[in-house]
Design a protein around this ligand. Structure first.
Ligand code: BGC
Length: 269
């Protein structure tokens, strides 16, 4: 794998997917590799599966590796994991995967990864202004990007609307759980996205997640101020965004470490 490649891994509710990504255009360099998400999805079992995905591609040491995680991540530590299980909370996911795989990795929220992927290579490529990315799946993930800068860990799917968490009735999973037809689901989506507009005034809204394949069934029926468009990278957005993020985060970490060393050396003179 050359230095122009980074490995992206996406931890989803049903599958853990990985692919090496060409950083110049966001395309996969090799076919995606997928392993079903272990049940139960304990930190131990998931970290071992992520390590198997890494081993499958056997990247040279130093290849940036990004892992998209379905919960809030601060400095590699999981703070929430609504759809994985409470034992994740407080887990140092970065250290766990590093220990299992022998590679350093960068961990980020899955919707943040998808949003970065769409901004860098997809539906929002090169767009300024406020972009709201939402992923409709088991839960609702969100990413907020303002003039190209990500505000990490927004959890707009957990907005309380009428006393209920939005993702409970507006995620893709709500369609079967609540036995909603398209029209019923559209009513719920309208409530969710109207609330987002009331609070955030985005210039563009992007909708990802598996159901975005059927965007013509629901997007044209939403009445919003901002354009609302389907994601372009579809299910690959998490992988691509995590890879791109890992590449910039590794560079940033290196730069910060150099600056800190320089400062320490100056102090000791
Ligand atoms: C989690 C988010 C995640 C989303 C999609 C939500 O339940 O709270 O962090 O991005 O699901 O996986």
């Amino acid at each position: 794998m050359s230095s122009k490649i980074a490995l992206g891994i996406d931890i989803g509710g049903t599958g853990i997917k990985a692919a090496p990504v060409k950083l110049k255009n966001g395309k996969f360099q090799e076919d995606r590799y997928r392993i079903p998400t272990p049940k139960p999805a304990t930190p131990d079992a998931v970290a071992t599966t992520v390590a198997r995905c890494i081993q499958h591609f056997d990247p040279p040491v130093g290849t940036p590796i990004g892992v998209a995680f379905p919960g809030v991540i601060q400095q590699g530590i999981a703070r929430t994991a609504a759809n994985l299980g409470d034992e994740w909370i407080g887990q140092d996911v970065r250290a766990l995967v590093r220990e299992r795989s022998g590679h350093d990795v960068q961990i980020m929220n899955d919707a943040d990864a998808a949003g970065m992927g769409e901004h860098r290579y997809g539906a929002a490529q090169g767009r300024d202004g406020v972009i709201l990315m939402t992923t409709l799946g088991t839960g609702i993930g969100s990413a907020l990007i303002a003039d190209g800068q990500l505000v990490a860990n927004t959890e707009f799917g957990h907005t309380m609307i009428d006393g209920e968490i939005a993702e409970y009735w507006a995620a893709e999973s709500a369609r079967s759980r609540l036995d909603l037809d398209w029209d019923g689901w559209i009513v719920n989506l309208q409530r969710f996205y109207s609330e987002m507009e009331r609070l955030l005034w985005p210039d563009l809204i992007i909708v990802g997640g598996g159901v975005s394949k059927s965007h013509h069934m629901f997007l044209p029926h939403l009445n919003l101020k901002a354009p609302i468009i389907p994601a372009e990278l579809r299910n690959g957005a998490g992988i691509v965004g995590a890879a791109a993020w890992a590449s910039s985060a590794s560079k940033r970490e290196e730069k910060n470490a150099k600056a800190a060393n320089k400062k320490a050396a100056k102090k000791s003179q």
